[in-house]
Design a protein around this ligand. Sequence first.
Ligand code: M6R
Length: 616
Amino acid sequence: MCGIVGYIGYREAYPILIKGLKRLEYRGYDSAGIMLYCGDDLAVTKTKGKVSDLEQKSHALAKSKAKIGIGHTRWATHGVPNDVNSHPHVSNSGKIALIHNGIIENYDSIKRELTKRGYVFHSDTDTEVLVNLIEDVKIKENVKLGKAVQIALQKVIGAYAIAVFDLDKPNELVVAKLGSPLAIGIGEDEFFIASDATPFIEFTNNALYLEDGEMAIVRLGREVRVRKIQDDVHVHNPEIQELELNLEQIEKGGYEHFMLKEIFEQPNAVRDTLRGRLQAEQGVVKMSSIDDYLEKFVRADRILIIACGTSWHAGLVAEYLFEDLARIPVEVEYASEFRYRNPVITSRDVVIAISQSGETADTLAAIKLAKERGAFVYGVCNVVGSSIARETHTGAYTHAGPEIGVASTKAFTTQLTVLSLIAAKMARAIGTISQSEFIAFLSALDQVPSKIETVLKTEESIKKIAEVYKDATNFLYLGRGYNFPVALEGALKLKEISYIHAEGYPAAEMKHGPIALIDEHMPVVVIAPKRGHYEKIVSNVQEIKARKGKIIAIVSKGDTDIANLADHVVEIPDIHEALTPMVTTVPLQILSYYIAVMRGCNVDQPRNLAKSVTVE
Ligand code: M6R
């Protein structure tokens, strides 16, 4: 779970690499490093800390006119974050440099073998083992870099996206992929290597995404050659995609943080998700991935949803949606549990995998398992061309645009948009909802963007609430029905960016334990729109009030019952019950954002986290 970047061409490499690393910092940011090819030598600078620390430390490299280089931003797996463990790692001879995203699982046995053969290791990383293994193969087998990388990788168990440079072959970079993403940007007389396309989007729209088990030699003055790692077969005419991503989408656009920008992008992100798919008034949902496989959905015995984190919360909302509208049994599983618990899966199961990044290792492994056992697997992803998008039988993109802030915001609302479209379409096809109910639901969905816009206008009042509770040490989030998953999501947002302990609960479960926590120091966020189990939740609010808890209530506009009991109220516009999570989640995002900012936390890059969890 790291970011890798490389350049080979006619421009100065250093600024391209540094800017590229900054865009990839969402993948990890505990240390960073860079290597430039400066004539006869490799110049390497690495440091614990962020890319900005690397910039401070690499003044000498910044002056270099080098046209070839590689860079890395790390999220530590093997070895603590420090200068030595940072990438690039250089082989014992000083000739080969390598950057790596992934884990070499059998690194220890390889390390022991290499140590016996005289190799010396300076870091605790698996990556330093790999670079020396490549060197060992190169010398022993008397082969060139490309072949050495291939043979070495055949000995390796694990996951990787790597880029390798060798002083003996200074006009090429060798790259390989298994389980971690790797894109090659193809310009005129220049190539870019990166974990995703963001580092090179202002230079070229043409990208080649390596498939698992493929490697490529990227050499100046020649077409990229792709081959299989295991059997030496050449991949003829690898697909070069034309990307639609633009630079503005990945910059902050005047907001202080990506998270805030992404919160405010939600109305348009949801509009983009719906575009071309929804004709509410005509009662039409056009999704070729569903139309082509409608029979599978209609005849399914059950739907199994697999995901992690926020995407799992979207899955929980979908459970309510599918069961409520389409009357089909749904199970929602943490991908990390599913993959290791010998689940019962049949060919009549439809598995829906949800992932913003499309790279989450546990979700990817769970998909593979479900496919092996005969299930039809549908993906809901944001990142186009990602591993999950490619591994699933079919699926729908959320079209949310790049989400850079580690805390998921627009990913959640756009995932719910896609899942709502699918649930409604399926329900109508099965016949569990009438045409008029279908049209009413679609019209409500069409209005979600403007409802979110209304909620965004409450930003200032939420900021004031954040001011009151910024020093709290615990928070409780309560919701019922469709808004129980929103309570979990609200708590996750607060935990991950402000480091305040928070728990989400179904409101009625409170009296089975957590009510003991409530006293005058406990802020309790209650998600209580008028639609749903309103009367029940009013009673829950009274129970909190009776124990002096501080109540922050998310209520429907004009609500008086809860408003009279609560310490603070945020109003949301009225909306179809099944769609309330897309609206109620927004004030919780804003609340956690401002609390984190007021506590001086790094909102976009919270400690210990990374945007894509590409390790298990
Ligand atoms: O890319 P994915 O949707 O598969 O990521 C899953 C989780 O890692 C992710 O949602 C995580 O929980 C977020 N940081 C939460 O804000």
